[in-house]
Write a protein that binds this ligand. Sequence first.
Ligand SMILES: [Zn+2]
Length: 242
Amino acid sequence: MQCPRCKKNSNKISTEKKSKKGVSLERTRVCECGHKFTTVERIKEPFITFNDLDDDQKAIVDLLGTDRVIFKKPNPRSQWKFNRLLTYGYIRLYTNYPILGKLLKFGKKKYPNKKVTELFKHIFFKKIKNNKYIGIFKYEENNKKREHIIDAISKKESVKYLLETTNYWESKKVIFPNTKDHSNDKEKMNKEAEEIYHSINTYIKKPPFNEPTIFTNAFEEDNPALKYFNNNEFQRIFLSIL
Ligand SMILES: [Zn+2]
C-alpha cells in the first residue's frame, strides 16, 4: 500500500479492526516517513447478470441500455421504492389527463391545423404557491403573448388518489406479505401518504426516474399516453408534473 504522503510502499500494519457485520476491515498503517494512515477493505456487493433479472427489469435494461442501469440484488425496500415511484408517475399523469385534455382542446381552437405533438410545445405545468399546480397554454393573439391557465391536480391529491386504488395495496402485499389494507384507517392513511410524499420529493428527480421512458413500465399496453412517451415535448410536460 502506497503512503499518501511520501508515495513509498514501506509501511507496516499497526492495528486492524473488523466492522460489526464483518463486511469490512479497517487497517491503520505506519510509514517509514512517520505518516499514519487508514485503509478500508470491503467485500464488493454482488451484482446480478442480465439473465437473473425478471421480465420487468429486462424491459428497463432494454429501454435504457445496460450502461444506464445497474441492478444490485433487489431487496424488498428498494424494490418497493421503485414500484411505488413508477406507479406514482402513472397516477400523476392519469389524474392530470383531464387538465392536459382541456389545454389541448383550447389549443386546438387557437391553432386548428396543428397536430397534438405540436400543441404540446405550448403546454406547461408549474407549481405555484401552497403546493398548487396550474396548467398553462401559451399562445399569441394580435401579436400579444397570452396564457390560458387552468388549475391542475396537486401532488398531494394524486398521492391521495394513489392510496385509494386497490392496486397500490395489492402490489405492496406482493413485496411485503404482512401488509394490511389501511384504506379505512385515516391516521394510517395519512402516515402512508406522508411516506410516499417524502419518497417522491427525495427520488423522483433523480436517476432512473428522471428518464420519462422508464415510466412506460407502469402503463398498460393500450394506454393512449404510451404513444407519446418518445416525444420530447411530452417528456418535458410529464417531468414537470412529477
Ligand atoms: Zn510515507
